[in-house]
Design a protein around this ligand. Structure first.
Ligand SMILES: [Zn+2]
Length: 201
């Protein structure tokens, strides 16, 4: 059986996609691809609970009236925004592994992972769909981290990196680089703010 290929825009801290890359099946629609992905991971849509409340808060900070659909999956060790899903239904789909959700708990780090995936959603111009080639560069992840940090703050993002870095299954060589980029960005922001304040007096 040929496995479908999905575009995974992921947090990039964790293990790769659960579904291996294969040939592109152009016969499937975006909606079919999204549904296959969600079903293959036995993901359940979340509509209430403390995590969902945090999710809605983050959605509000991103000024999205129509909240994306949120799923938790028992069979996936990562977090993902499904590419082009926001364009297909105006809402978008974000999936978080239960293992990751449990690791983060109801914390600023959970806000951060939601913010990171929301940033992917906001930045999605529809160049690639659910069935496209997997594209995930550190540059894309750094830009996404930056938008998330500017939206919800640098500290939750740092907490997310530190929490996930402590786990063997989530080890990824990118984390220290992304953390460094985030810290550099924050210090530059502070300098810009300082210069702005000085220029006012
Ligand atoms: Zn990402």
């Amino acid at each position: 059986m040929r496995l479908p290929m999905y575009l995974f825009i992921v947090l990039g801290l964790f293990a790769g996609p659960a579904v291996q890359a294969g040939e592109i099946d152009h016969s499937r629609s975006q909606a079919d691809c999204e549904n296959d992905f969600i079903n293959s991971l036995k993901a359940e849509e979340i509509l209430e609970g403390p995590e969902y409340e945090i999710f809605l808060e983050v959605v509000t900070v991103f000024k999205r009236d129509n909240p994306p659909r949120l799923y938790f999956s028992p069979g996936y060790g990562n977090a993902v925004y499904i590419a082009r899903s926001v364009i297909s239904d105006g809402r978008g789909k974000i999936l978080i592994a239960e293992e990751l959700k449990n690791l983060l708990g109801v914390s600023p780090a959970l806000r951060a992972i939601f913010a990171h995936e929301m940033a992917h959603l906001v930045l999605d111009k529809g160049e690639a769909g659910c069935d496209s080639l997997m594209i995930r560069s550190i540059k894309v992840e750094e830009e996404t981290d930056a938008l998330a940090a500017h939206t919800i703050g640098f500290e939750p993002m740092r907490e997310l990196f530190l929490k996930t870095e402590s786990r063997e299954w989530s080890k990824c060589p990118e984390i220290p680089i992304r953390l460094q980029t985030l810290n550099k960005l924050e210090s530059e922001d502070k300098k810009l703010m300082r210069d702005l304040v000085y220029s006012l007096f």
